[in-house]
Design a protein around this ligand. Structure first.
Ligand code: TXA
Ligand code: MG
Length: 321
């Protein structure tokens, strides 16, 4: 398909397209999503086609109010109201037993549906104007880097979708934390801005099962969020001969590395702020994708709070997820 892709901030235009079965890229606080009417299987199937994503990898359903979840789920976990009060709108996705109203294509046949209330005024307004929930994965091609600006979306999906709703740069910059109930135990499936330490005061012990984001997510690929060239994750060795090459890029947390080499350097947060580093991460990787590189050397962030989620994405980008 070859459409003209427009970028703008008209919620009316976006809702018109979505109501007519079209796809629209939407801003959220985490990353941009590629949205369709979640109740329209023909529209949802086009999300998979445009992304090149296997039909076995399910999509998150976005709503604007807790009350909108009622008809989408079979059960209402006791802690859902507290979770919602504390974290929604925000970067948390909860897997819940799905009702028959949710088309199977949204959940890739799974019995659970992933739901979140995103924290972006344009998208909340859009969902309310549409009057239906939006199914939306991240608005990148399958296995490529998630977009955190309208321009990132345009670079990957130009000509494939009619409209990108531009809500500015994403304020969190990493995909949402994903949790779900297994029996009576809460499990963490994907690390994000909301950490186990934020969740445990509410939920009690939370089991971490984030190996590959995907033992539980049908069809999830271990090679996620990948730049075009190989990314090596680990402490940077100052004697590494690759530092002498202009076709090497170096990604560090807060300090430039001192070399007399010619490698290109990107410092995520010179002030050492993990929230800023998270916001910058995909920006850096998208920037590297525009350069004629042979490899990227990425240093780990401190393994605490958001740093854990940043490292998780870098490990996946290195293909070791
Ligand atoms: O922050 C985010 O979560 C962004 C924004 C747009 O909301 N969305 C996002 O979607 O990251 P996506 O599709 O790129 O990642 C969602 C992950 C995938 O690994 C998918 O397999 C998993 O969630 N997932 C979605 N629905 C699921 C379900 N019903 N059961 C198990 N895993 C599910
Ligand atoms: Mg994604």
């Amino acid at each position: 398909m070859n459409l003209t892709t427009q970028i703008g901030n008209s919620v009316e235009e976006a809702s018109f397209l979505l109501k007519n079965g079209g796809l629209v890229a939407i801003p959220t606080e985490t990353v941009y999503g590629l949205a369709a009417n979640a109740m329209d299987p023909d529209a949802v199937v086009r999300i998979y086609q445009v992304k090149g994503r296997p039909l076995s990898n399910p999509l998150i359903v976005h709503v604007a109010e807790l009350a909108s979840i009622r008809s989408l789920v079979r059960e209402w976990p006791r802690m859902l109201d507290r979770l919602s009060e504390t974290f929604w709108p925000g970067p948390l996705t909860v897997l819940l037993p799905k009702s028959d109203w949710v088309p199977p294509i949204v959940t890739a046949g799974s019995d659970r549906v992933a739901i979140r209330i995103p924290d972006h005024p344009l998208t909340l307004d859009l969902i309310r104007q549409c009057g239906f929930p939006l199914a939306a994965p991240s608005a990148n091609l399958y296995t490529r880097i998630s977009p955190t600006s309208a321009e990132h979306v345009r670079r990957q999906l130009d000509g494939q979708i009619p409209y990108i709703l531009d809500g500015g740069p994403c304020t969190v910059g990493l995909e949402s934390t994903i949790i779900g109930l297994e029996g009576d135990r809460w499990v963490l499936y994907r690390k994000g801005a909301i950490t186990i330490h934020d969740l445990e005061p509410l939920l009690g012990f939370v089991l971490s099962n984030t190996e590959g984001e995907g033992d539980h997510t049908p069809g999830a690929s271990p090679l996620h969020y990948a730049p075009k060239v190989p990314l090596h994750f680990g402490p940077i060795d100052l004697t590494d001969p690759r530092l002498q090459s202009l076709s090497t890029a170096v990604l560090t947390f807060k300090q430039r590395i001192l070399t007399n080499g010619t490698a290109i350097q990107y410092v995520l947060s010179p002030e050492g702020n993990l929230a800023i580093a998270a916001r910058e991460l995909y920006n850096a990787l998208h920037y590297f994708d525009t350069l004629p590189l042979k490899c990227i050397l990425a240093e780990p962030c401190p393994d605490e709070g958001l740093g854990t989620a940043i490292n998780d994405r870098l490990i996946r980008a290195a293909g070791k997820g």
